[in-house]
Design a protein around this ligand. Sequence first.
Ligand SMILES: Nc1nc2c(ncn2[C@@H]2O[C@H](COP(=O)(O)OP(=O)(O)OP(=O)(O)O)[C@@H](O)[C@H]2O)c(=O)[nH]1
Ligand SMILES: [Mg+2]
Length: 297
Amino acid sequence: MKSGFVSLIGRPNVGKSTLLNTIINQKIAITSNKPQTTRNIIQGIYNDPGYQIVFVDTPGIHKPFNKLGKVLNKEAQSLTKDVDLILFVVDAKDGLGGGDKKIMESLKSTDSPVILVLNKIDKMQDEEILAAINAYKDLFPFQEIVPISAITKNNVEELIQCIKKYLTDDIRYFDEDEITTSTLHFLVSEFVREKIFRMTEEEIPHSITCITSKFEEKANIVNITIDIIVDRDSIKKIVIGKQGSLLKAVGIEARKDIEQLIGKKVYLELYVKTIKNWRDKEKYLNELGFNEKDYIS
Ligand SMILES: Nc1nc2c(ncn2[C@@H]2O[C@H](COP(=O)(O)OP(=O)(O)OP(=O)(O)O)[C@@H](O)[C@H]2O)c(=O)[nH]1
Ligand SMILES: [Mg+2]
């Protein structure tokens, strides 16, 4: 039996959370085509008879624009320390840029081995994949370079086999049937946030947060209420949509994901509330699971 902790690090939108879901074989992290979808540290637990791998998904590392952004960056970077292995995930199709170079620079201070994961190869020809390997390989002493597609699952099994070589602990940290350390309250609020991310444009999704205010399990049904917090009334209007159309669509899609996860019928109620500048308010950062003092230097 071998186990260990593995961090997923990289720029926003490269596919870290998609890869986590593929490895765990269950949706536990939300994903979207907009950068900075992940806001919290998400742990996903992979189990097979001989191994337990605890994957730590992190918010994409980017230039911070506000207090929340700074907290997320610090948190992502702090998770390169004290792990058994780091997966540095890049969008191989996008190619090498200043953001990746900065991350490699900061990875030089860690003692943990680093695997370069070249994601999104489903969109690439073989020559392009080779060119991507060549662009990165001399910039950092990677233990391994593994091209994959998190969406088509191409080469993901090989990546898991490769990760196993770096695990040294010989205990099972979590029960075999546990797939995440996130609470159900958190997961269901995230599914709602994901639908808003996917159904709205531009800056809208970044200015909202979702909090589960009721979670009541009955024999045949689970009653759930989720508050969608926005920082301006104009955004509230957009999230509700014409005659409630957007909110209704969000509810229908989120309920499908929640029922899939819980395996029970769900009655879902959504409320939109305006709280000015919530992103800069410590109270709400704490509710999201952050403690500002720990991360802002
Ligand atoms: N074509 C292709 N698209 C992918 C692949 N993996 C992820 N994507 C897409 O890339 C976008 C970003 O994926 P996420 O998993 O949310 O990216 P992330 O790195 O977690 O992003 P942040 O949470 O913002 O840091 C989504 O639209 C995914 O569907 C892949 O292997 N191939
Ligand atoms: Mg993510």
